[in-house]
Design a protein around this ligand. Structure first.
Ligand code: KG4
Ligand code: ZN
Length: 345
């Protein structure tokens, strides 16, 4: 089955066509994967401006759909379904993607699938690696930081979440404070190369506490206070702080994942979401997985940050189960993977 996937929940307009076998055999094939990154539109504001994002999605979406089909060498009529991120995210952008997908589905008489953006990240690993359910997932992006057991599409048990900020947000803030630009994650990772990870002792919120929850606001504040006192005449200071910051996040991830692996033993630990692109953090997670007799599996770096292929793939997984949506689906600004856990918070 071949599914077109549309992603418009933040600042990437992305469209892809993915093919997957009809039976439940994992691993698919990416036939095309186009993306227009709105970086230049948002850079001068130091973050994503929702109104600008929605307009930019609207301007680009039709062209990207045409390009994705062209790259895949396909006509719309040859698709088996049209999927789009239905939430959570910036609602103006989500509406653009959902309306486009619904219109295409209606005009060509194809099933429409509304994909939870977080499920897109959660299942993306199965597009490229034969990972069986259930698995333990560390989902770390710009807006989310959660540990979950993934039993199948739509079947998630949340073990922990952040009580304040997301890890990606903390990377972005650190980069902003150091004037490294936006988005912050890749900038901090690059600046940390060769830095001394032990020079600055930063707080590790939740470290060695029971449970699987996260907290990053205290770390954010500590980074700000450290930046304010950073010696101007020390050329190594920025690299050392970035390396120390990354190590601190690595310590927290390792500690929380160790608790999760003890509580919900799994032979596979998966990391996904934009922050999973970080090579240092992947290394730390590999160590913690190995210490618990598990293996770490991560999507290729280019599929960690937002993309259309993960939405198309989640569409394939849902279509296999016959899970399609009606055309009156309403875009959802909030859409927890484990609603029962979200209600407890
Ligand atoms: O999944 P994603 O592309 O969008 C959301 O759904 O939020 O994640 C974006 C987040 C941003 O905060 C970005 O700074 C972070 O992922 N990120 C990274 C890296 N690449 C992207 N964080 C750390 N290291 C990276 N290499
Ligand atoms: Zn994302």
């Amino acid at each position: 089955m071949r599914v077109l996937g549309i992603e418009t929940s933040c600042d990437e307009t992305a469209v892809a066509v993915v093919e997957g076998a009809a039976e439940t055999q994992p691993v698919g094939r990416i036939l095309s994967n186009t993306v227009y990154s709105q970086l230049t539109e948002h850079r001068r504001f130091g973050g994503v401006v929702p109104e600008i994002a929605a307009r930019a999605h609207l301007e680009r979406i039709d062209g990207l759909v045409a390009q994705a089909l062209d790259d895949a060498g396909m006509e719309l009529a040859e698709l088996d379904a049209i999927a789009a991120t239905g939430g959570p995210g910036l609602i103006g952008g989500v509406m653009v993607g959902v309306m486009t997908a619904k219109a295409l589905a209606f005009a060509h008489d194809k099933p429409f699938i509304a994909v939870n953006h977080l499920e897109g990240h959660a299942l993306s690993v199965r597009l490229t690696e034969p990972v069986e359910f259930p698995y333990l997932l560390l989902l770390v992006s710009g807006g989310h930081c959660q540990l979950l057991t993934v039993r199948g599409p739509g079947e998630f048990t949340r073990l922990g979440t952040t009580i304040d900020d997301a890890a990606g947000e903390c990377f972005d803030k650190t980069a902003k404070l150091l004037g490294l630009g936006f988005p912050g994650g890749p900038a901090v990772e690059k600046a940390a190369v060769g830095g001394d990870p032990k020079r600055f002792a930063l707080p590790r919120p939740m470290w060695r506490k029971p449970g699987c929850d996260f907290s990053f606001s205290g770390l954010k504040t500590a980074v700000r206070q450290t930046v304010e006192k950073l010696p101007a005449d020390d050329p190594r200071a920025v690299a050392d702080l970035c390396a120390s910051f990354q190590r601190t996040v690595g310590d927290v991830f390792a500690d929380r994942c160790a608790n999760a692996l003890a509580r919900a033993p799994s032979s596979t630990l998966v990391v996904a979401g934009g922050v999973a692109a970080n090579v240092y953090l992947r290394g730390r997670l590999e160590e913690v997985a190995a210490a618990h007799g598990a293996r770490l599996v991560a999507p290729p770096v280019r599929l960690c940050t937002d993309n259309g292929a993960m939405i198309a793939w989640a569409g394939v997984e849902r279509l296999r189960l016959g899970q399609v949506d009606a055309l009156d689906f309403r875009p959802r600004p909030r859409w927890p993977l484990d609603p029962a856990a979200a209600n407890r918070m």
